[in-house]
Design a protein around this ligand. Structure first.
Ligand code: NAD
Length: 259
């Protein structure tokens, strides 16, 4: 993909799941990758060990619910590499509960990581990108930004707001040659989804009724969309959200069989 090799690329939550798939793709494309995690030092170590066989990668630990830690993370990357070219806002959390029972502190927790951290990291990076003459930001949204499922109110709301964030900042930062876009994945088999299945909240058979492609996506398929939007191949695109969801967002009625 044009314009990825050699680029200083920070991927939040890149130590596992979808973020790790994105990290692998950027490492393979020749970027200098920094993946972040919060507490999971062992996963960070393993990911770096595995992906460093393919190219340049290191890890950085930061709790993204802490505004100060976000600014420090971006400052530290620029201190070390002299610039930040690409930011992938990927780290996210899910708490499942009926809206009537949802704890206020859990609502703040979900919005804090899924929305506030995206905004704070994007603007901290954009301050440097503006001085550098440009940059590219991709935010991981979700099919739940438009298809609302029960017991995920804070998550659905946070992801709908991510789409708004991408549009808003795309309009504000186009003049600085900073592009910001979103990728909205459908169901991808990661720890987050596995936890839902284990808790009995995600019913796989039921989900497949509304997914035209009738399968979970792989992190690599999300990584392809992210890499495209971050690259110079998408030089004319900003403020957009690319749904990468096996057709879920286009489905009407649940379909059990061909008729
Ligand atoms: N898995 C799916 O089907 C799916 C679908 C749509 C959207 N998404 C989105 O994709 C992104 C990645 O999801 P995933 O399935 O790989 O999840 P995951 O749970 O496997 O990984 C989440 C990552 O976020 C990081 N993280 C969580 N809280 C953090 C905090 N406070 N500070 C720093 N890092 C923190 C974790 O360390 C981890 O690396 C999320 O934004 C999620 O909402 C996932």
């Amino acid at each position: 993909m044009r314009g990825i090799a050699g680029k200083v690329t920070l991927i939040t939550g890149g130590i596992r799941g979808i973020g790790k798939g994105i990290a692998r793709r950027f490492v393979e494309e020749g970027a200098q990758v920094i993946v972040t995690g919060s507490k999971d030092v062992e996963n960070a170590r393993k990911t770096v060990e595995e992906l460093s066989k393919l190219g340049k990668i290191e890890s950085y630990m930061a709790d993204l619910s802490d505004a100060g830690a976000i600014d420090k993370m971006i400052d530290d990357v620029v201190k070390k590499y002299g610039r930040i070219d690409i930011l992938i806002n990927n780290a996210g959390i899910q708490i499942r509960e009926w809206a009537t029972e949802f704890k206020v502190e859990d609502f703040d927790k979900v919005l804090g990581v899924n929305l506030r951290a995206y905004y704070l990291a994007a603007r901290a990076a954009a301050r440097y990108m503006k001085k550098q003459g440009g940059g590219s930001i991709v935010c991981i949204s979700s099919g739940n930004s438009e298809r609302y499922t029960t017991r995920r109110s804070a998550y659905n709301i946070s992801k709908a707001a991510v789409n708004g964030l991408v549009g808003t900042l795309g309009v504000e930062w186009g003049r600085f040659n900073i592009r910001i876009n979103g990728v909205a994945p459908g169901y991808v088999m990661t720890d987050m989804v596995q936890k839902g299945i284990d808790e009995g909240i995600i019913d796989v058979d039921n989900i497949m009724l509304v997914i035209p492609m009738k399968r979970f996506l792989q992190p690599e398929e999300i990584a392809s969309s992210v890499c495209f939007l971050a690259s110079d191949e998408a030089s004319g695109i900003t403020g957009q959200v690319l749904f990468t969801d096996g057709g879920w967002s286009r489905a009407g009625l649940p379909e059990q069989r061909d008729i």
